[in-house]
Design a binder for this molecule. Sequence first.
Ligand code: MEZ
Length: 565
Amino acid sequence: TPDMGSFHADMGSCQSCHAKPIKVTDSETHENAQCKSCHGEYAELANDKLQFDPHNSHLGDINCTSCHKGHEEPKFYCNECHSFDIKPMPFSDAKKKKSWDDGWDQDKIQKAIAAGPSETTQVLVVGAGSAGFNASLAAKKAGANVILVDKAPFSGGNSMISAGGMNAVGTKQQTAHGVEDKVEWFIEDAMKGGRQQNDIKLVTILAEQSADGVQWLESLGANLDDLKRSGGARVDRTHRPHGGKSSGPEIIDTLRKAAKEQGIDTRLNSRVVKLVVNDDHSVVGAVVHGKHTGYYMIGAKSVVLATGGYGMNKEMIAYYRPTMKDMTSSNNITATGDGVLMAKEIGASMTDIDWVQAHPTVGKDSRILISETVRGVGAVMVNKDGNRFISELTTRDKASDAILKQPGQFAWIIFDNQLYKKAKMVRGYDHLEMLYKGDTVEQLAKSTGMKVADLAKTVSDYNGYVASGKDTAFGRADMPLNMTQSPYYAVKVAPGIHHTMGGVAINTTASVLDLQSKPIDGLFAAGEVTGGVHGYNRLGGNAIADTVVFGRIAGDNAAKHALDK
Ligand code: MEZ
């Protein structure tokens, strides 16, 4: 059986796909341009007869070769999280060839170091999620040249699949919605949510620079006009795209475009496998394992780690948080803790490394996050019998613990047609066939197996709390919607790994600290690879804020450090 590569070569020589002479870059830029020049842009492919459109996914405009591999079997990336039952992709029956294993070969790493840098840059940013893009753009703005690398065949990391939004205080959106908020409240909420274990200096910076972070994203073209409340926040401060779109795709699409416009050298399929240090312990670059170029060293005056957390690294979870080792994870497959491992190897200090957050509402037996937005917009959470058991807007640690104490260790998120119309993401869950439905509350109870009388009483009591503005049962502060409009819906949820709060220790300039808490010269970090910002439990909406605020700080300081050297 031919593979895609030989099929195209038979059609019109290797130059159907490759340049002459053949030189494939790790990002496969030329090859992907060739795909689009013959097959059209994703929008043109949108009328495919599949039950859904894989070319119009929330991963955005990613390389065709992410899934359609040239000389190997194709890889259907959607099914890393979903379980779409589609007809086989073209060339699925191709003979399996050895694919890029993106692994770490110590001999080759040492040879690359011995050979010395094959190229140099002022700032090398590792990881192209929100923190990495923000760091790259900030470093470029500060006058440095930048290389941004990511091991995946597409950029975006965990940020790409974030749904909820970005917390910020003192924005024009809050003013427009009449929301009174204060920097001190933001700090208090984050500290309380983090069980007072956060580094207050980092939290203060997060709060103080959050509004500027929203403005910066808007200046690059993002829409963050809607506001909602997240668990543990006393006011509405989670900024989201207008019209119910998920925040991750909006932010990552914006950052991708900005990086392209600003000429940032972004390399995909390029995994950093080792940080290189001098005798004086300063970081002088990194070894990259490229899909086509193999192992090579980039010399860099500054390196920024923006590699994300370790929520998809089963070994690390089993080691640091054994009680969660069998839990599902809402994370992107890229969240394998590379930055933590590499920083540890050169003597970086770790903060709260064993604190892992379970998000209370991951679709039961799936990897699909049922966003906190759904509860923020008004949904209610009940147990197997149809009874509420906690305020839906409590912090994630408390909500997850409470669910695990319910019979069957799961819960239902229930809502009505008003919410269905308001929160666009819910239509996505419907499309994924995750929703149970009933024309009446009684029917919903029957279709989900809840007790009819219990659910009816829950809904009637809750509607009473909405009318009086006081939840006398669980003290939920914000109840924007009652449940009165048919049809009624439910989605089954259980806790799943969502965020690793701990990571490399940083100071206020985003410099990585060594075991004596001194900055490691030339090494910076931002986002989920770091610890300290969120304490023992992160609030919804603070991860994107962290990636934007500390991504920019890391990029700016990395550039200054490089330009001063
Ligand atoms: O910040 C988050 O993790 C978040 C808001 C997630 C979500 O439930 O949408």
